[in-house]
Design a protein around this ligand. Structure first.
Ligand code: APR
Length: 243
């Protein structure tokens, strides 16, 4: 297999999805068959679901917080930390995962595209999101200290916009004009959720090289120059040649 060469002329953008956390024991969305305790995931991960039943939403996210608190990064996460240590500012990691495992592993240049399970914000006022590990498993909805409104997880739900600052950070990395060669690697993502699924084409539009590491073929596999089929925890540790 041809190695992914990471030398002093390379800048690397990595996109990760639920598959990268799967070997740590975090279930993928698709793996849950779109259901949580017989509720469609949209009912517990959308603004409409929150309006209809905020306590149910908090039960779902409390369970996810409790589950994610105990999980550990796997060799796929660790490989990305080594790549970042090698590349420094020529590395950026955009993740669709909200479980915080990249940060736990030691990654520093991370864009949490879909938010973070361990952050909370107010549904009713503009206060800044804050770190929060609290759980509300028994049908209560935590209240905002600032306005008395309803707190909610700081997650980008179905139907919500991504933070424009996060998209700008990814866009600037893609178009950075510093004489380095752009490489993009997507791992453990179904290529079905936008805008993440379109990053490969943005990279191609500036003539970047593109790699996909995934257990199954993704919805956009044919857009990549290289497809390595396998488990990210097994493929990533041996894929790159650091020179
Ligand atoms: N290694 C590599 N790939 C894997 C592994 C693994 N160990 N396990 C599963 N996969 C692959 C699956 O084959 C699948 O293509 O990872 C992909 C996971 O797909 P999804 O569950 O759809 O996850 P993702 O692409 O991250 O979903 C994007 O959709 O549900 C929303 O907001 C949620 O962030 C999520 C987004």
């Amino acid at each position: 297999m041809e190695p992914l060469v990471l030398d002093s002329k390379t800048r690397l953008l990595v996109l990760t999805g639920a598959g990268v956390s799967a070997e740590s024991g975090v279930p993928t969305f698709r793996g849950m068959n779109g259901l949580w305790e017989n509720h469609p995931v949209e009912a517990v991960a959308s603004p409409q679901g929150f309006e209809a039943n905020p306590a149910l939403v908090w039960r779902f996210y409390s369970q996810r917080r409790t589950g994610a608190a105990d999980v550990k990064p796997n060799p796929g996460h660790d490989a990305l930390v080594r790549w970042e240590q090698h590349l420094g500012d020529r590395f950026l990691l955009a993740t669709q995962n909200v479980d915080g495992l990249h940060t736990k592993a030691g990654s520093q240049r991370v864009v949490d595209m879909h938010g973070n399970l361990f952050r909370t914000k107010c549904a009713d006022c503009q206060r800044a999101p804050f770190a929060d590990t609290s759980v509300h498993p028994s049908g209560t909805v935590p209240k905002c200290d600032n306005c008395g409104g309803r707190l909610r997880p700081d997650i980008v739900w179905f139907g919500e916009m991504l933070d424009p600052n996060d998209l700008a950070r990814i866009g600037e990395f893609i178009t950075r004009n510093d004489g380095t060669r752009l490489v993009f690697l997507a791992a453990g993502t179904s290529g079905a959720v936008w805008p993440a699924a379109g990053i490969v084409d943005e990279v191609r539009s500036v003539r970047g090289d593109t790699w996909l590491v995934n257990y199954e073929s993704a919805a956009n596999t044919e857009r990549f120059h290289h497809f390595v089929q396998g488990l990210s925890g097994e493929v990533l540790p041996t894929l790159a040649k650091l020179v």
